[in-house]
Design a protein around this ligand. Structure first.
Ligand SMILES: [Ca+2]
Length: 508
């Protein structure tokens, strides 16, 4: 009985009252919709009730990118704040912040994916389970397409950077008020659009975060989308060039067979696809068409997918995909639809929801989208000196089998930073390329990496990462470990021992 009384007293004097009191906090451009304690329990999306949340979406990956579907997530007790931010007269930005009872003293902002338009709840769950105060934003609109931006220039700014920055500022203020002290460190954790958002923060608001994890960043978004259409539209316009899944699988196997052994072990993975000189012409049909060969127009389509798209002037637009990733190319070589996410940029460029991708012309259309929104949305400034001076650390990663965003783009950005700031910058920025990893996770290569733990050691204990361990999981069992090497090194087999054991590889 005494114990029960004591427990009741503890509950009565702890945070619920102060969570509710956040409703009356006055912050610029912010309307608090909800400020409420949520008890520990299985996660249910706010406002919907009923079924537990689905497994993490690609953009919602936190600590273990590519993690298999987990049992229902138990979320710790927290103060939940939902608010609408209106930094411009046309803004309507939803933000959600969770402030856990058992707080580790730090803030982790989790990024979005594609055109965003949702709160990244799965990644928030992971963050709060580890004691972080966490936040997410829909970036100022609902739904995963670009229609919100047509004739709404202020909403473009919200999507590009303002929603993230404003949510950062407001969440830091909520944290300081709720806990009566500021977060001692602030982390960014995002992939894809979340990677772009992280790089945008490093470039534009270098004091917002102390450490930024930016995976597969869509930071050259207008050019990324132009690449997609440059490759997809010729196939839409010439059905004879359309590929089939069977042909792409055969092509992928041929590419892997050609380059697999270059890293010292035939294991189905190409450790350094950049050094793989695979000529798809070997797949040209010798006689009748069939599932294991390519017709001449299909070969042309495939060559475009490997290639850096260029303008007539010869200027590079965006790099192509890598050998080994072909089995995922139906999205742009299947000849069914123009990739919707990429079409969005040109709907915005022309203020036309019905813009017809079949007429895409990269020389004409890239200039128009770049002039209109490129400098707002793209996050390609190589000068990170202010972020470095702030003490910031930046961890970049990208899967070599990524077919949503070509991995070469992240290498290009990393190299642009070194070119701008000087060749030796590994005290604050490091890049890890993951063989056989798809977009933000998944794939035949080791693709589960505890990025947050790596970054915590780097930023908080000054233990800079060298090689980092990635694992591959099948049916909830680890069946491969492999080091990921700081770029430009690659993991090379030492010549003996199991190729599924990281200790038998060295970074070279
Ligand atoms: Ca290999």
């Amino acid at each position: 009985m005494l114990a029960v009384l004591a427990l009741s007293a503890t509950l009565a004097s702890s945070s619920p009252a102060s969570c509710e009191s956040l409703k009356s906090i006055s912050l610029p451009n912010m309307t608090i919709v909800a400020a409420e304690m949520v008890a520990a329990g299985p996660f249910t999306p706010p406002g919907r009730g009923g079924a537990p949340a689905p497994p993490a979406a690609p953009e919602g990956r936190g600590r273990g990118a590519g993690a298999p579907a987990a049992p229902p997530q138990i979320v710790p007790a927290r103060c939940r704040v939902n608010a609408i931010l209106r930094p411009s007269s046309d803004s309507e930005i939803e933000m959600e912040a969770w402030l856990p009872d058992n707080w580790n003293g730090k803030f982790q902002f989790v990024g979005g994916g594609g055109w965003a338009g949702i709160i990244s709840f799965p990644a928030m769950v992971t963050a709060v389970q580890e004691g972080y105060a966490t936040a997410s934003t829909d970036t100022g609109h609902k739904g995963g397409n670009a229609l919100f931006a047509i004739n709404h220039p202020e909403k473009v700014v919200d999507f590009a950077y303002r929603a993230v920055h404003e949510t950062t500022v407001q969440t830091k203020a909520l944290i300081a008020k709720y806990y009566d002290r500021p977060a001692r460190l602030s982390y960014w954790n995002g992939c894809s659009t979340g990677g772009r958002q992280g790089l945008m923060e490093a470039q534009k608001f270098p004091d917002d975060f102390d450490a930024i994890i930016a995976g597969a960043p869509a930071n050259f978004q207008t050019h990324l989308h132009a690449w997609d259409l440059s490759v997809a539209v010729p196939v839409l316009n010439n059905p004879a060039a359309a590929l089939t899944a069977a042909k792409l699988t055969a092509l992928s196997e041929a590419a892997v067979n050609a380059c697999d052994a270059q890293d010292g072990v035939k294991d189905g993975l190409i450790s350094n696809p950049g050094a793989c000189k695979f000529d798809p012409s070997v797949m040209l049909c010798k006689g009748a068409d069939g599932p294991n060969c390519l017709t001449p127009p299909q070969l042309d389509a495939v060559k475009r997918a490997y290639a850096t798209t260029k303008l007539k002037s010869g200027d590079a637009v965006f790099p192509g995909k890598q050998p080994g990733s072909e089995y995922q190319w139906m999205a742009f070589l299947g000849g069914q639809n123009a990739p919707g996410v990429s079409v969005g940029s040109f709907q915005v460029a022309y203020n036309d929801a019905n813009w017809d991708a079949k007429g895409f012309d990269v020389d004409r259309d890239l200039k128009i989208v770049d002039d209109k929104v490129g400098s707002i949305i793209n996050a390609v400034n190589p000068d990170l000196s202010a972020f470095k001076a702030h003490g910031g650390k930046l961890l970049l990663y990208h899967g070599w089998n990524d077919t949503a965003i070509s991995p070469g783009n992240t290498i290009n950005y990393y190299e642009s930073v070194l070119k701008k700031m000087g060749g030796k910058q590994d005290d604050f920025v490091r890049l890890y390329m993951a063989p056989g990893m798809q977009h933000c996770g998944g794939g035949p290569g080791p693709n589960q990496i505890n990025y947050m733990a790596i970054m915590e050691r780097w930023r908080e204990n000054n233990q800079a990462p060298a090689s980092i361990e990635a694992v591959h999981v099948t049916n909830n069992r680890v069946d491969m470990t492999r080091p990921l090497c700081p770029y430009p090194q690659t993991a090379t087999y030492k010549g003996s021992g199991s190729p599924n054991d990281a200790s038998n590889f060295a970074c070279k």
